[in-house]
Design a protein around this ligand. Sequence first.
Ligand SMILES: [Fe+2]
Length: 401
Amino acid sequence: METPNFSFLIRPLSTEEFRDKYWLQQHLHLQRDPEDYYDRLLNLDDIDTLLENENLPPSLFRLIKEGDQPTRDNYSGSKKYERTNEIIADNQKLFGYLNQGYTIEIYLAQRIIPKFTRFFDGLIGELPMRHTAKLFVTPPGTWALEAHMDQMEVFVCQLHGTKTWSLYDWPIKSPTEDQRSQFKEYTQNLEDKPAHQMTLTPGDLLYVPAGMIHKARTNDEFSVQISIGFYTNRWSDLLKNMAGEFAQAEVFRSPLPDGLLNPMDPKAFERSFKQAVKEMIDNTDIQAYLSSFNFDPEKYPYPDLRGVFKDILLVDKIRPETVVARRQLPDLSMTRQNGMLEISVQSKKSTFPKLLAPAIERLLDDRPVAIGSIQQNIADEMKIELARKFIRFGWLRIEQL
Ligand SMILES: [Fe+2]
């Protein structure tokens, strides 16, 4: 079955319709009939499986009831991870809070629920922006957050139960974090007269543009919703990136006029400064900066572990003809040191004799390769042994057995 993507999220609208009419322009409530519409992304069983795991860190959760937020030590357990000594959350305490009307917010849903991870990876390939996904489990007849605005574009997927949303004013579009805090008081003093109100039922989608003030309340049953947030890349982000390079240029390293050691007529400074900025911008390859915002799987901070288990089961069957390819590996580095080759992937380090370096470098470069065809001066058994090791590490994928 094809992996759901952005068009799945906004169906039955087309991407063009959504972009032209709603994106950054107005909210959208899509009512959908099939209650199990989101089952392909995530369902209650997935959440159950997640919460059956008794080894989750408290930092994955936030509890909140009508503005009240207990600190993490209230739901930290006495157990620790053996290796890192980090405290583990006490799931019983979490459920206790849930029974007292607290919403459980689960962060990083896109990393901890595999089915949802696949959807999310596809989504950010299509929309290369900073993103977040949070799961909200809210008890009946309650609300978690006071009326507020978000800095990101929010897509709410209602999985279970119903939730009534109130949308108020939209005093500022695409606010920065500072502007969002400046509007806090304004939001608190807002009269409780929503401009729009809608009840989300399972299968529904609500798009809330950044800056629009909103609040949500559950009805007579538990509500489970996932909120996907996108932080649009802004003109100011482009400027910030460029400023890093500008700072290296001699003219921008000059001191500002201070009247004593660097006297300069302010008007003359203004002219020179504007001239320098203009020249710098004229000589900047804006297209190159723009493409740096594109999605680059190599820069994506998570390894691609899809199918690792199946590959491991096949590892004894690989032959010289087997074709392998490197998986997406963030932070892969290979350095030769004191006659050894050191490989580091996400701070996991391994060393190999220098003799094997050409074979390893070929196995781990970004082109698929038949194992037997690499470096001729070592035996096939040795090459296969290396490939097996890298498959087990999750560094190589079997392309063709
Ligand atoms: Fe929000």
